[in-house]
Design a protein around this ligand. Structure first.
Ligand code: GLN
Length: 480
């Protein structure tokens, strides 16, 4: 079985035609995990018996002649901040080292009903805070293309698992780029849906006005299929919206001739590395050849996006992480007899450096006397950025940019300079501030074979057309 050309459709057909059982397919991927995870560290934990139980269920359905659901037998890994009942959910933190999820996230219930198999839980930056997966308390994941480079983050484990054929697809989460940037760095496809498209019930919260769950896979079609399954209103998540979910897969292959692609002028002076610019230019030429029209647009407030994002994301994180107090969740530092000391010891021992930095900065920007100057101001700038995007989408159908200004960087290259790390999110964070969908598709690689990604953003709930454009791009061949 050739793992790199396998798709969810092929797997279903294999099982239906009796060419392979779901359990056999599961075993192939578990072997791959056994072989590669020691080096790549994409998965924090995996449980073959748990996976086999799900696979046996699919095989029973097949034996009983029942129709198989859409994703039957699809091996997936799940970022370790999404709850799967009975499995540990560490969030890449020491704090939750022994936390076992008491229930399933809605996305897990939906994927299970669609026949997907969960092989294990993927590594991430602690509480999804980071861009390289180096902030995991359990050590970094490495880039499967070159092990001294980062896989991106925070869903680095999810992207690396797909790239290394340890899984055919994955779920990640994206608060400021954490699906798209690792997808770009690992050479796979990753999509952040519109805010409120996918239920976040059972996702451990980081920045509640920004977080979204989304799929990663080897190709756009599988991303579309998974997104279709996980989308939709969930009564258990008040922020999910009751908006019709189109058949994303059926929409693939529609003509793209005449569609208008917006190129933000301000993005053209954002310190993009030469090789990334070259590959994106070839990608844009591809769109031109396919009959799309290129139009320059302005996003006048975009220079404030990084500062705005980091004020809001840290404020929300400091509030969301208040619950890890050693009483309700997580580890308890020491058995102090004084309550305040117990809180202090717990939080000091449980959280890593980046998480602590964000809790402190987030608490500061929310505190009395500074709230108006920082948090409130950031919310106002967020509105201006939203208006910039609304204005741009009056003129064009999509906005296209590099996913990241540079190719993957070396492990350790940015760990001592948080600001440098934050700046690498320049192209991805706006989609979260504005709430719109964004996808990263492979767009060639460096001369050393490190992948480069192109980002396509669309307007709210326009995943259908974003996926179609990404699919047309993917089908038009390799970029070099
Ligand atoms: N790199 C960004 C951050 O560190 C985004 C993280 C994410 O999307 N979860 O906040």
């Amino acid at each position: 079985m050739k793992l790199d050309t396998l798709t969810s459709e092929k797997i279903k057909v294999f099982i239906e035609k009796g060419k392979a059982s779901s359990k056999e397919i599961c075993q192939i991927f578990l072997d791959q995990i056994e072989k590669s995870n020691f080096e790549i560290k994409a998965l924090l934990h995996f449980d073959p018996n748990f996976a086999f139980q799900q696979a046996e269920h699919i095989d029973r359905m097949q034996a009983e002649g029942k129709p198989l659901p859409d994703l039957a037998g699809l091996p997936m890994v799940i970022k370790d901040n999404i709850l799967i009942k009975g499995l540990r959910c560490t969030c890449g933190s020491k704090n939750l080292e022994n936390f076992v999820a008491p229930y399933n996230a809605t996305v897990i219930e939906k994927l299970e009903a669609a026949g997907a198999i969960f092989l294990g839980k993927a590594n991430l930056d602690e509480y999804a805070m980071g861009s390289s997966t180096e902030n995991s308390a359990y050590g970094p994941t490495v880039n499967p293309h070159q092990p001294d480079y980062v896989p991106g983050g925070s869903s680095g484990g999810s992207a690396a698992a797909v790239a290394a054929n340890m899984s055919l697809a994955a779920l990640g989460t994206d608060t400021g780029g954490s699906i798209r940037q690792p997808a770009a760095f690992c050479g796979v496809v990753g999509m952040k849906p519109t805010y409120s498209r996918v239920s976040r019930f059972g996702l451990v919260a980081f920045g509640s006005s920004l977080d979204q769950i989304g799929p990663l896979a080897n190709n756009v079609r599988d991303v579309a299929k998974i997104l279709k399954v996980i989308s939709g209103k969930d009564p258990r998540d008040a922020t999910s919206l009751d908006v019709e979910v189109p058949d994303y897969v059926a929409a693939l292959g529609r003509p793209i001739k005449g569609l208008k692609i917006g190129l933000p002028r301000q993005y053209q002076r954002s310190g993009v590395s030469e090789i990334v610019q070259m590959r994106i230019d070839s990608g844009l030429k591809r769109f031109r050849d396919l009959g799309c029209e290129m139009i320059e647009v302005d996003l006048p407030h975009i220079d404030y996006a990084i500062a705005t994002y980091y004020v809001i994301a840290m404020a929300e994180a400091s509030s969301n992480l208040a619950r890890y107090d050693g009483v309700r969740y997580g580890m308890r530092g020491t058995e102090e007899d004084d309550l305040t000391n117990m809180y202090l010891a717990t939080r000091d021992a449980g959280f890593g450096e980046e998480v602590k930095r964000r809790i402190m900065l987030g608490t500061f920007v929310l505190s009395s006397g500074y709230y108006d100057a920082y948090y409130l101001k950031a919310q106002k700038v967020r509105t201006l950025i939203k208006q910039d995007f609304e204005e741009a989408f009056r003129k064009v159908d999509f906005l296209v940019s590099p996913t990241s200004p540079t190719p993957p960087f070396r492990l350790g290259e940015k760990t001592n300079d948080p600001l440098e790390m934050y700046l690498s999110d320049i192209f991805t964070i706006a989609a979260n501030l504005v709430g719109i969908p964004g996808i990263s598709v492979p767009c060639g690689s460096t001369t050393d074979g490190l992948p480069i990604g192109m980002q396509i953003m669309g307007t709210h709930f326009d995943e259908e057309r974003v996926l179609n454009l990404a699919h047309a791009f993917e089908q038009s061949g390799e970029v070099s």
